[in-house]
Design a protein around this ligand. Sequence first.
Ligand SMILES: Cc1cc2nc3c(=O)[nH]c(=O)nc-3n(C[C@H](O)[C@H](O)[C@H](O)COP(=O)(O)OP(=O)(O)OC[C@H]3O[C@@H](n4cnc5c(N)ncnc54)[C@H](O)[C@@H]3O)c2cc1C
Length: 309
Amino acid sequence: MTASASGAPAAAHFRFFVLEVLRTRRLGHSFLRVTFGGESLADFRSGGFDQSLSLFLPPAHREHTELPSTDEDSWFGAWRAMPDEERPVMRSYTVREQRRTEAGAVEVDIDFVLHGAAGTAGPSGPEGPAAQWAGRAVTGRRILAIGPAVAENKSVRFQPPADADAILMYADETALPAAAAILDRLAAGTRVQAWFEVPHPGDRLDLTTLAEADITWIVREDTPGAQRTGRVLDALRSARLPAAGAPYAWIAGEAGTVRAVRRHLVGERGVDRRAVRFTGYWRLGASEEQLLAEAYAGRAPSEDPASEL
Ligand SMILES: Cc1cc2nc3c(=O)[nH]c(=O)nc-3n(C[C@H](O)[C@H](O)[C@H](O)COP(=O)(O)OP(=O)(O)OC[C@H]3O[C@@H](n4cnc5c(N)ncnc54)[C@H](O)[C@@H]3O)c2cc1C
């Protein structure tokens, strides 16, 4: 629990959930959808759009995820103190969809990019533990997640101001589930211009939206790592942006490309920097542990990056 401004206790926005694999489905060349269920999901409250959550995935020799504590105040220290070979990996993912079945059960879809798997290997090397786990996921496996217990929470980053008159979007494959969930929710007639970068032609997923969306697919195929950002910028530079007085931009994907796209929109296209939401979802050559370690190194000891989950 956290204290509200009035001093009254406010419900915690996030808590642990047990996610049990119900089924998997290949969506495209690089995407695998894992559908989760489980009784604890009755209290799960996705805010939609780009709602993210933190998954805890077991080491390869374990079937299910176990943590010594899921208590709000002590789990982080207990998790960090686990021996390396037993510690579940923590990774950020997107709630692609939450729904209720006819029988009343809650299901949650998460779309995993199988980066580095056979046939999808990229310039960044072999797949990481999360992609590996998804590739092996079978019905009945249980993992843990810190996810939303209230729909209005700070892990929904897509927050266009009320006066936004056009939406600009860039997403690579890791942010395509979030972009697809955003498009699902946009009102009819919303003007959207989007650039979606994927590794393979078979990753151009069918997207549904009521918005007036102009989508450009950028298929990377064998583009070397150093040139991938340049290709994205070429596509942006050659585009006419919608004539809009107050565009809102949402940018997510590989950190270096995300920075370059933001610079382009703010510096070359005059988009108000306060109307740009940009998030590095991963970084070429760095695992999520390395990114978390950097986040720690840049903070005062009293600040806890995990508190932002
Ligand atoms: C808010 C948020 C939401 C996200 N949502 C999703 C989602 O819905 N689906 C999804 O698939 N990912 C999503 N991601 C990205 C995902 O967390 C990272 O790709 C993560 O690094 C995957 O973990 P891993 O264990 O497979 O690889 P890691 O162990 O973290 O990394 C191993 C190596 O693989 C590289 N790498 C990591 N991801 C990729 C990739 N996609 N392509 C090529 N190389 C890669 C790293 O640079 C590193 O060299 C999200 C990230 C954030 C921050």
